[in-house]
Design a protein around this ligand. Sequence first.
Ligand code: NAD
Length: 434
Amino acid sequence: MNLCMIGTGYVGLVSGTCFADLGNRVFCVDKDKNKINKLNSGISTIYEPGLDELIKKNYSVGRLVFTDNLKKAIAKSELIFICVGTPNKKKSNDVDLSYVFKAAKEVAKSTKNKKILITKSTVPVGTGDTIEKLLKKLKKKNIEVISNPEFLREGEAIRDFRFPDRIVIGSNRKKYFNILKKLYQPLINKGANFFTTSRRGAELIKYASNAFLATKITFINELANLCEKANINIEDISLGMGSDSRIGSRFLRAGPAYGGSCFPKDTKGLISTGDKFKTNLSIVKSVIKSNENRKRIHTEKIKKILGSLKGKKIAFLGVTFKPNTDDMRDSVSLKMIPSLCKSGSKIYYYDPTGPKVNFKNIKNCQYKKNIKETCKDVDLIVLHTEWDEFKSLEFKKIVKKRSFSIFDLRNLYDHKQMKNKKIKYFSVGRPSSS
Ligand SMILES: NC(=O)c1ccc[n+]([C@@H]2O[C@H](COP(=O)([O-])OP(=O)(O)OC[C@H]3O[C@@H](n4cnc5c(N)ncnc54)[C@H](O)[C@@H]3O)[C@@H](O)[C@H]2O)c1
């Protein structure tokens, strides 16, 4: 099939490349000419394991095309996917749908032919209806609007595309299910669950899934606070609960507040949808509140460990919201680092994906090119992101200072091991004797 992806970001680039790898011809369109030029010169615009090779392979045989010419791409495509961003509006839970609507209008202007327009972007309930009305206004009755939310996780995106738990298609007209089924058939053959529902249903499934996962993380994080006070190991609780098949062990590991490009904005987006339909989603509201509070709790804990923050040198190992991605959107480090710098600490940070523009203008925050340079002279090491290269460090060999502490936000090491090495070690939800 010939496909067009509007928006070549984390979702558009990965799913476009993977669709091409299944034998489709895919036009990846972006309004950002810089992105398109980079991709055309063989440079990937995002860090995602395995993606560079897959882009090269499919680009070289002409199955993958990068362009800023939407009209040409649409003329050649049967299915058009909207993969643009859907951030929250400033200081509001509402979702900014301007990119989605703009993309839909551009599609309408670019074609007279029958087309299928599919929203892969995460959009609130009723967005498909609004796009349909918008197209009607522009006298484009031959463009069918379908919902196909994306569930891939950054860092595991290619695997998630190839082996999805489910493919959700939302349409109010049954005949379109078959067209999408044909596209996804290679994945269905490998066992993916092809699930069809109404367009609004598909839109809500995406928000409900993300809000539920955010709730699971927040639940175990709050229990970790209790464990710290009651001298219980949170990991035993996670194991004990998680082995119940009704609960499941995933997303049940205590750590920092959740962050990233999806959970923070989608939990807010769901509340805004609830408000629109006059439904109080009180659980999701308290999840957001608890998660915000968690960012403060961990900054305060650092203060407690160090006594005072003034003049203290702190190393951050990892700043992205999770490993195997360069995505900084809503990473907890964006709150913690500026707050610590403001209180007089000096931050050195290292991330395998390189320096971040987010910290460029923050006084007393410096990027270092490797772990050793970052940690050699510090009072505290904060293990912020769970990259593999942080999992087996010989801290005594890395840090030159005689006395230093470690705050392990990911519970990568154990207390006994650290005690034996005479390192002051703090983690999340685990008693110091465990
Ligand atoms: N990032 C994820 O892990 C993930 C996972 C599942 C779903 N989603 C959802 O997918 C959507 C996209 O997320 P993302 O992370 O890929 O965003 P992104 O910001 O990485 O990419 C969006 C891209 O769209 C481009 N764009 C915007 N308007 C355009 C237009 N009119 N024409 C052409 N290009 C245009 C931007 O230049 C940008 O490159 C969001 O709704 C998000 O919630 C994201």
